[in-house]
Design a protein around this ligand. Structure first.
Ligand SMILES: [Zn+2]
Length: 335
């Protein structure tokens, strides 16, 4: 798609009004050529690369530690943007990292460390089991619910519904439910969908920032504070062992303040010595104004360059000038 000169000019004008006290933090998850049944929201490598090109053209892409330090020193450039990728799936190394290197950009990878040990996270088990269930298996029974899996469309819908149903369970209850699904699907044990320790180390050695994202990706608010503390500190510790460097940034799993994490978890993160932490609330990171342990992010979903850049620019402006109308327009399509 061709970027029209008018649109180009519009973004430049909007950027002139952007402040120097905040930066946008983009929040990606999956980048895959052939999105499987579980990855409706995944970007293709082609679209991700296009977005990198647009970002380089219209914004100032910075490593997170640099953007955070510049914000604290009140020396942020206008239109500063930071790229983050959550969870740590294999595509981080297969597609995201090579494209970042190609365009001489860096990003922060927030990693749930159980994936490094097991080769997968809980949601991979659900999608893998259902994708690979016997063709003649028509339905799954989970608690009082029946999920149809007779066709590809039904399997896709059931993966989404079961993932949503199991997400808001404690770690213990979630695993019981997953075991039940695995048994019904006769799922083979082998599954590898995650980064390896070596890959994390290579990315770190080559300028990528590694951040913590708990061990098992729980909804922290559903766990005891002792479990939450252990989830956060254990992931930090393992990543520090792998990278031989301090892990300074954290992202809350699922990331909605008061729903997925509370001020108790903010205190844990602060006491563990992190410099800053990120939610999934939409907005820009304003370390000078907001609590540095609840910084906001922006989820890119637009398929066209114009909308993508305009939305990003408007998002920054809406936050700066408190334009409620713009805020709702910018975020209206994201559930
Ligand atoms: Zn996550």
């Amino acid at each position: 798609m061709i970027f029209t000169p008018l649109l180009n000019l519009g973004i430049k004008v909007l950027n002139l009004f952007a402040g120097t006290k905040s930066f946008s933090v983009l929040n990606y998850h999956r980048v895959m050529p052939n999105a499987d049944l579980s990855s409706e929201q995944a970007l293709t490598p082609e679209l991700f690369e296009q977005q990198l090109v647009w970002l380089k053209r219209h914004f100032k892409v910075l490593p997170l530690p640099e953007a955070f330090a510049l914000a604290q020193a009140k020396q942020l450039p206008r239109n500063a943007v930071v790229i983050t990728i959550d969870d740590g799936f294999y595509d981080c190394f297969a597609y995201v990292y090579p494209l970042l290197k190609k365009h001489q950009l860096t990003a922060t990878f927030f990693i749930s460390t159980a994936g490094l040990e097991q080769g997968y996270l809980w949601e991979n088990q659900i999608s893998y089991a259902i994708c690979h269930a016997p063709q003649d298996l028509m339905r799954l029974q989970l608690q009082q619910n029946t999920f149809l899996i007779g066709t590809t469309v039904q399997r896709r819908a059931s993966i989404a519904a079961i993932t949503e149903l199991t997400k808001y369970q404690t770690l213990q209850q979630r695993q019981l439910m997953i075991n039940d699904i695995l048994a019904q699907c006769h799922c083979p044990a082998h599954l590898h969908q995650f980064l390896t320790r070596e890959q994390v180390n290579i990315m770190h050695q080559n300028g990528m920032t590694i951040g913590a994202h708990t061990v098992h990706h729980p909804i922290l608010a559903l766990e005891t504070l002792a479990t939450a503390q252990q989830e956060i500190s254990d992931s930090k510790l393992l990543l520090e062992q792998i990278t031989h460097s301090p892990i300074e940034f954290f992202a809350y799993p699922n990331g909605k303040y008061q729903q997925d994490f509370t001020d108790d978890h903010v205190a844990i993160v602060r006491d563990l010595g992190f410099k800053a932490a990120f939610s999934t609330e939409w907005g820009v990171a304003q370390p000078e104004i907001d609590c540095v342990y609840k910084l906001k992010r922006f989820t890119p979903w637009d398929r066209s360059p114009g909308k993508f850049c305009l939305r990003l620019a408007i998002n920054a402006l809406a936050e700066r000038y408190h334009f409620k109308f713009f805020k709702s327009r910018v975020r209206q399509h994201v559930s």
